[in-house]
Design a protein around this ligand. Structure first.
Ligand code: 3VV
Length: 222
C-alpha cells in the first residue's frame, strides 16, 4: 500500500485515540443535536404523548430536515486528510453507525485502546431491543464488527470484514453498561484473525471471531 496515499490515510486512522478535548463549534452542535435525537428515539419506544403533540413535533422535524437537506453537498469527507481541515483528524468517526457521536443511530459505543486490546463500552436503550428486555443480535454483531474492526486496523494494514462469526451465549441486557473486548490473534497473508468477547458484569454474553481481508481502500472510492 506504500504507493497508495488514500490507503495510507486509512491506515493512519488505526492510530486513532480518543480525543482529549471535547469538540467545539459546529461539530459540538452536531453532537448535541444527535444526542437529542437519541433521546427522542428512546422515548418513542415508550411514551404517552397525544396525537396532536406528536404531529406538531413531526411537522417541526420535517421542516428542519428540509433545511438540512438544502445544505447538503453530496461530498463524502471520509479520509484522514480531508477530515483534518474540518478541525479534527478523527471527524470521520462521527459518521459511524456504531461509534459516531454525530450519528443518532449510533448507541454510541465508546472505544478505547488498552495495550493490544480494544475495549468498547455501551449502554443499549429500548430502541435496540430484540428479545424482550434484551439487545437485538444484529446490533451486537454490528458492535463486534466495529471493535474487531478497530483491533485489526491497528495492524496498519486494515481490511474489510470477510467473515464474522458470533456465538450468543446469554441474552444481553438493555439499560446496563456492557463491555466488548477485541484483539488480533494472528495475521496470515492478507487475512487478519481477530477475536472478541461481550460481557455484562461477570456474565459472558457473546463471543466473536472475525476474518478481515486487507484491501486497497482506494478501490472503494472509484
Ligand atoms: C470499512 C473499513 C474501515 C477500515 C479501517 C479504518 C480505520 C478505522 C478503524 C476502526 C473503526 C472502523 C471499523 C469498521 C469495521 C466495519 C468493517 C465492515 O463492516 S466492512 C463491510 C462488510 N464487508 C464487505 O463488504 C466485504 C465484501 N467482500 C469483499 O469486498 C471481498 O470479498 C474481500 C475484499 C473481502 C476479499 O476479496 P479479494 O478479491 O480482495 O480477496 P481474495 O483474493 O478472494 O482472497 C484473499 C484471501 O482472503 C480469503 N478470503 C476472501 N474472502 C474471505 C471471506 N469472506 N472470509 C474469509 N476469508 C476470505 C481468501 O481465501 C484468500 O485467502 P488465501 O490467500 O487463499 O489464504
Amino acid at each position: 500500500m506504500s504507493d497508495d496515499p488514500f490507503g495510507q490515510s486509512i491506515a493512519s486512522l488505526a492510530n486513532w485515540v480518543p480525543p482529549d478535548e471535547p469538540p467545539t463549534g459546529q461539530r459540538a452542535a452536531l453532537h448535541r443535536l444527535a444526542a437529542a435525537m437519541r433521546i427522542v428515539a428512546e422515548a418513542l419506544t415508550d411514551m404517552q404523548a397525544d396525537e396532536a403533540d406528536l404531529l406538531a413535533a413531526a411537522e417541526a422535524m420535517e421542516q428542519f430536515g428540509a433545511r438540512l437537506e438544502a445544505t447538503r453537498t453530496g461530498h463524502r469527507p471520509w479520509g484522514f486528510a480531508e477530515s483534518a481541515p474540518a478541525g479534527d483528524a478523527r471527524a470521520m468517526f462521527d459518521r459511524s453507525p456504531v461509534i459516531g457521536l454525530g450519528n443518532p443511530v449510533a448507541p454510541p459505543l465508546r472505544m478505547e485502546i488498552d495495550g493490544d486490546r480494544i475495549v468498547g463500552r455501551a449502554t443499549f436503550g429500548a430502541q435496540y431491543e430484540g428479545p424482550p428486555g434484551h439487545v437485538h443480535g444484529g446490533i451486537i454483531a454490528a458492535a463486534f464488527d466495529e471493535v474487531l474492526g478497530m483491533a485489526q486496523a491497528r495492524t496498519g494494514r486494515p481490511g474489510m470484514t470477510g467473515t464474522l462469526t458470533i456465538r450468543y451465549r446469554r441474552p444481553t441486557p438493555l439499560h446496563t453498561e456492557v463491555v466488548f473486548e477485541a484483539r488480533v490473534d494472528r495475521v496470515e497473508g492478507r487475512k487478519i484473525f481477530a477475536a472478541g468477547t461481550l460481557h455484562a458484569g461477570e456474565t459472558l454474553c457473546a463471543e466473536a471471531e472475525g476474518i478481515f481481508i486487507s484491501v486497497d481502500f482506494s478501490r472503494l472510492t472509484r
